[in-house]
Design a protein around this ligand. Sequence first.
Ligand code: F3S
Length: 282
Amino acid sequence: MEVVVTKSAGFCFGVKRAVEQVYEQVREGKKVYTYGSIAHNETVVRELEEQGVTVLESREELERLTEGTVIIRAHGVPEEIYGLLEAKGIEYVDATCPFVQRIHETVQEQSAQGRRIVIIGNSGHPEVEGTKGWTKTPAIVIETPEQAQNFEAKKGEKLCIVAQTTFNYKKFQDLVEIFRKKGYDIIVANTICNATQERQSEATRLAARADVMIVIGGTHSSNTRKLYELCRSECENTYYIQTLEDLQLELPNSVELVGITAGASTPNKIIEEVQNYVRINF
Ligand code: F3S
């Protein structure tokens, strides 16, 4: 029997990289702080806390800090946060995802050339707030068709549209279309990251070949639920579990391929545990 785990299961590249950077600093014996939680997963945050890592929940907490190493998470932060850390002389490790960094560069460049930045994304989302903090002209965040309709550029104003990396592509296209119809001078940078899309299509492809499919992720994780539904539509024997303890697997001899995938906030350790369990026990 073959057990196959999708390559894109679990953390995306950016989050994986940020988590690794935290562990690296811990190994070096540093007192580590993360500016915001590094991944939306309780197990990860708890484990890091056990290693002495503290989550700074706000800018005020960061301001009060006098020691240690601060990790900037994959979402990125406004430019002024770097200034604050440097002014305080606090050591930091920048784990901003390179894809997010590219957005910061784009908005910085384009706004410096006088374009107004339109961020298509969820207002208040840390990544969007971070991006806003890199523009030279005030940015505007657009989330809904109504907001796009109501937007009016100033006379002669040029725009540059970027997207939050996790924004839905179809919705992004629709909103851009509204701006195009207004006849503005716009530059559009599709900055949506395809990590989610890739995870879903890889899982669907594997589920289509698998006799049994295991989907790992939190019950409240909407991206895991979506993965489960996609896999279930290809493979009737699809199991949705949070951790190995939930797995009650009975595999008849006829099973030749067991597929495993996981939602975006599932740590590697849990995926490996499930994978080893299936390999050893069946
Ligand atoms: Fe992840 Fe970076 Fe994409 S954090 S979702 S790989 S933009």
